[in-house]
Ligand binder design. Sequence first.
Ligand SMILES: Nc1ncnc2c1ncn2[C@@H]1O[C@H](COP(=O)(O)OP(=O)(O)O)[C@@H](O)[C@H]1O
Ligand SMILES: [Mg+2]
Length: 239
Amino acid sequence: MAILEARSLTKRFGAVTAVDGLDLAVGRAEVVGLLGPNGAGKSTTLHMLLGLITPDEGSVTMFGKDLHRNRVEVLSRINFAASYVDLPGTLHVQEVLEVFADLYAVDRPAAKVAALLDLLELGPLRRRKVMELSSGQRTRVQLAKALLNEPDLLILDEPTANLDPDAGDRIRTLLVRLAREEGRAMLITSHNMPEVERMCDRIHFMAEGRIVASGSAAELAASFEADDLEAVFLKVARG
Ligand SMILES: Nc1ncnc2c1ncn2[C@@H]1O[C@H](COP(=O)(O)OP(=O)(O)O)[C@@H](O)[C@H]1O
Ligand SMILES: [Mg+2]
């Protein structure tokens, strides 16, 4: 059974159709990438899947249940990270995680927070205020927060944007491990093509709100007669 199934998702902002009849599925332990130029509709798609904005048309089913009719139950099994989401900046890293652990009603919250501080290499930063952290450090706090409820589906909007190559590589290694070893499904957007090649089992290219090409990195490269995903992206983006 698919963990996530979206059918005919459509979202309009005035005259702009940001997402236009999009179908999407993510299976257990699968990492799916959503690519496309700026403004293609990737973030809007993710925000509909998260119930943050309401689609004009279409449906979202997660774990076999309709998102809008089972909102609390469904959303308790997923989580989200994006660099543009603000965390409470005046709190210490550990306090932020404790606040979210409380919100999520996590079992044995102290042990969970300690384990995630360790996993994301945040131990030495746990008494630092979030607003004083670098973007790479903040990304790690975002991911720790996103893992607190042990989500079956992680939705990640450009999780490694603004990271240096070393920080980005550490995050990718961790995410791949979470998918492979813990079976977590992920839906991820990124403009980093090597990252997508490394992480994603399947990729959908979006342009102007629609999916215009789908497949594994290798399948896409073959069908576009391109050397790599970067070259596929340029071909798709330039029509
Ligand atoms: N809240 C909003 N109000 C008006 N237009 C929006 C809003 N959010 C997104 N859009 C528009 O929808 C389109 C898709 O945006 P977005 O989903 O952010 O693209 P992406 O994440 O692929 O860069 C863009 O044309 C953008 O300007
Ligand atoms: Mg976006």
